[in-house]
Design a protein around this ligand. Structure first.
Ligand code: UDP
Length: 233
């Protein structure tokens, strides 16, 4: 697996570590250390971060869903600002792009702009999801990976790959080394949400799923060594 440009998805919960909410500085610093190894090796790295450590639109029924989703999208931007700063402290250059204006906090996304920053060796954060309610950052990363012609989507998860059933409840669950996205959809294995899965299938965007807890898992994955599951498109 040869990676020139990859987009990495981190869930909001992953950033929170054991805290479950907000940020766990040690976790984010460790992500930064590993991403830097890859950036220094010449890999172009884009980052998409979820918002679950702050807010999820669909879990609030007190307010209108589009408004709840706006809060969720803003949560993903807060996450990107934090992680981007930790990356800078670790010696990387970064740029945050969003699908809507956020004043001087971020820049508006365009493919040309993102390509320019990749060309400058910057880590590009694609924050704010798709910019639309009823979507997720899974769809956000599928969209940006396809549009930016990434080689792979990398999904760093709390689990070390794709299993035929939940290993937490089934001790006989079997991990796939390789599986097609079509099979993931048919078997409802829930690697990424359905909208994002269909987009990856239609646009032939492969994914790699691996554990965030694997030693050097991110660095390995960014340099093409996947110890989890490859999802072919
Ligand atoms: N969100 C959205 N549109 C997007 C991306 C995210 O409305 O394109 C909102 C949505 O409310 C979501 C929240 O942002 O619940 C956090 O995103 P994440 O992908 O982490 O959500 P999850 O899939 O965990 O609900």
């Amino acid at each position: 697996m040869n990676s020139r440009r990859v987009l990495l998805k981190l869930s909001g919960e992953a950033l929170a570590g054991a805290n479950k909410t907000g940020f766990d500085e040690a976790t984010v610093k460790e992500v930064a250390r590993q991403v830097k190894i890859s950036v220094d090796a010449g890999v172009e790295v884009g980052i998409v971060i979820g918002g679950g450590n702050f807010w999820r639109g669909r879990t609030s029924d007190a307010i209108d869903r589009p408004k709840a989703d706006q809060i969720g999208m803003l949560a993903t931007i807060m996450n990107c600002i934090y992680v981007s700063e930790i990356f800078r402290n670790a010696g990387m250059s970064t740029q945050i792009l969003t699908p809507f204006e956020c004043g001087s906090m971020t820049e508006l996304f365009s493919k040309d702009r993102a390509n320019k920053y990749f060309g400058e060796g910057k880590v590009v954060f694609f924050a704010g999801g798709t910019g639309h309610p009823y979507f997720s950052t899974d769809t956000g990363i599928a969209l940006r990976a396809i549009e930016m012609e990434a080689d792979y989507i990398l999904l760093a998860k709390s689990i070390d790959g794709v299993y035929d059933s939940d290993p937490k409840t089934n001790p006989n669950a079997v991990k796939y080394e390789k599986i097609s996205i079509q099979e993931v959809i048919e078997k409802q294995l829930g690697v990424i949400d359905l909208t994002a899965s269909i987009m990856c299938m239609e646009n032939k965007m492969p994914l790699a799923v691996f554990s965030l807890n694997e030693k050097d898992g991110i660095a390995n994955a960014m340099q093409g060594k996947i110890n989890g599951t490859i999802v072919t498109a």
